[in-house]
Design a protein around this ligand. Structure first.
Ligand SMILES: NC(=O)C1=CN([C@@H]2O[C@H](COP(=O)(O)OP(=O)(O)OC[C@H]3O[C@@H](n4cnc5c(N)ncnc54)[C@H](O)[C@@H]3O)[C@@H](O)[C@H]2O)C=CC1
Ligand SMILES: CC(=O)C(=O)O
Length: 441
């Protein structure tokens, strides 16, 4: 379906990109010089909408978006962001442009040469250090969600890593996102470096029990990555994630805001899932219109409608910030009075979930795969969600999870969370536990 909006493309030869061949529909470059910011924003949005609606050839789509960025002196990343937002807003399926558009997103990634820290080819890259269960699940999720153009896998066990790459390559036909074996130096030039390398918990072990081994692994990983691209964002996943995030901030040479840990985002997701199950509403005796007899219908509220944070250590000293749990804006107690005893039970189920899974299957991977890929997407697209991530807190003198805004520069800001006295004491205790671990090194 074609848009009825007036075309704004003009013949080739009027812009600086003349070396790029005989494109015939470049946007007006000169029209911008006297344009007010607001008008410029509206025109850009109009152009992007038209591109999405047309769903024309992917290469043309990508080149036009680049032209918009170049001609309007805007960073391609910003245009990409608008493009991404519009894509979700528009009913693309009615235009028949779905496939073309999603491939265009990929192409935009691969061609956006103003994106910070891009590789030699000028495309967005995410490196994953550690090609075990967690590293490969993150890689797979990144690929399926088309978060970047290229995923680079690194592991000290070269044969394993090459085999994982080969296996993942068999999934690329779904998305065209490249997966490749990389050296640590190549990985160090990526837009995002995700560190999953290290030992995992055995049944009954705590995350803090891993510190001796994984402190050493982290040191050798960071040494191998040097010189790290100054605009890279390092995302720690290996455990104990808060303590390792602290050491990575010290050892990497990057500003603190560019080194963060996945923290308690995964725990918060687990908490939201449990609360959603608890809030199931049973409505009995609703007439089944087909069979004409009463049935029970269970309505389950979506996890995403619950705003709840687990804060503190990604480990045994974490706590639930009950005083700020809301469901669609209302405090949870309005819907369900949860007793202190039940709160304790729910908190224990959340903090013990990883161990329960590890006891049965030896590791956890899908939850962290989704969580880490989600954080990477928020970074590359500068989406700025508020997530409980592990980052430096001056007040607690360690890296610990509390709500923070995450974007292209890593941790963009921290959002104060109102806590009651009990919660304040719990997070103080959690921070003390972490500081004691750090002091051992
Ligand atoms: N933050 C979180 O929410 C979660 C963290 N984890 C943590 O992630 C880490 C990895 O877990 P899995 O993937 O299950 O373990 P795994 O044993 O399957 O994989 C770890 C990989 O790291 C590699 N490795 C070790 N030293 C290395 C080095 N110096 N350079 C490069 N690679 C190196 C190993 O060869 C191995 O392939 C563990 O510390 C685990 O506790 C796991 C799940 C969730
Ligand atoms: C292993 C771990 O840290 C988790 O699944 O939460």
């Amino acid at each position: 379906m074609r848009s009825s909006e007036a075309p704004i493309w003009i013949p080739a030869g009027l812009d600086a990109g003349a070396g790029q061949g005989s494109r015939t529909d470049r946007p007006q470059q000169h029209a911008d010089s006297n344009m007010k910011d607001k008008d410029r924003g509206e025109t850009e949005t109009t152009e992007l909408r038209r591109i999405i609606r047309r769903g024309s050839s992917d290469v043309v789509t990508m080149e036009r978006a680049r032209d918009i960025a170049n001609c309007r002196r805007r960073e391609v990343t910003l245009v990409l962001k608008t493009f991404h937002t519009l894509k979700t807003q528009l009913d693309i399926s009615s235009t028949g442009a779905t496939n073309s558009t999603s491939t265009a997103i990929y192409n935009l990634h691969t061609q956006s040469d103003t994106m910070a820290g891009t590789g030699a080819g000028g495309f967005s890259t995410i490196a994953i250090i550690g090609a075990g269960s967690v590293g490969c699940t993150i890689a797979h999720t990144l690929m399926l969600r088309r978060v970047c153009a290229e995923v680079r896998l690194v592991d000290i066990a070269e044969d394993l890593c090459r085999a994982q790459v080969q296996d993942l390559q068999d999934a690329t036909y779904l998305t065209n996102v490249r997966i490749k074996y990389a050296t640590p130096q190549e990985a160090g030039q990526s837009d995002i470096i995700v560190i999953t390398a290290g030992a995992k918990q055995k049944p009954g072990e705590t995350r803090l029990d891993l510190i001796e081994k994984n402190y050493k692994v982290l040191g050798s990983v960071l040494k191998g990555l040097q010189p790290i691209n100054p605009q890279s964002i390092i995302l720690l996943v290996a455990n104990p994630v808060d303590v390792l995030t602290h050491f990575a901030q010290q050892m990497s040479g990057l500003p603190k805001n560019q080194v963060l840990g996945s923290g308690t985002l995964l725990d918060s997701i687990r908490l939201r899932g449990l609360l959603a199950q608890r809030l199931e509403v049973c409505i009995p005796e609703i007439e089944d219109s087909i069979k004409g007899r009463p049935v029970n219908i269970v309505l389950q509220i979506s996890d995403n409608s619950i705003n709840a944070y687990v804060i503190g250590e990604h480990g045994d000293s974490q706590c639930v910030a009950w005083s700020s749990v809301t469901v669609s804006g209302a405090h949870i107690s309005v819907i369900d009075e949860i007793s202190d005893e039940d709160r304790t039970k729910i908190g224990k189920l959340v903090s013990g979930k990883a161990n329960a899974i590890i006891r049965a299957k030896g590791f956890t991977s899908y939850g962290i795969g989704a969580t880490a890929a989600n954080i990477c997407e928020a970074i590359l697209f500068d989406q700025r969600p508020v997530y409980p991530l592990s980052c430096w807190h001056e007040e607690y003198q360690c890296c610990i999870s509390l709500p923070a805004v995450v974007g292209r520069k890593g941790i963009v800001s921290q959002i104060p969370l109102p806590l009651n006295d009990k919660e304040k004491a719990q997070i103080e205790a959690s921070a003390k536990t972490l500081r004691e671990q750090i002091a051992k090194f």
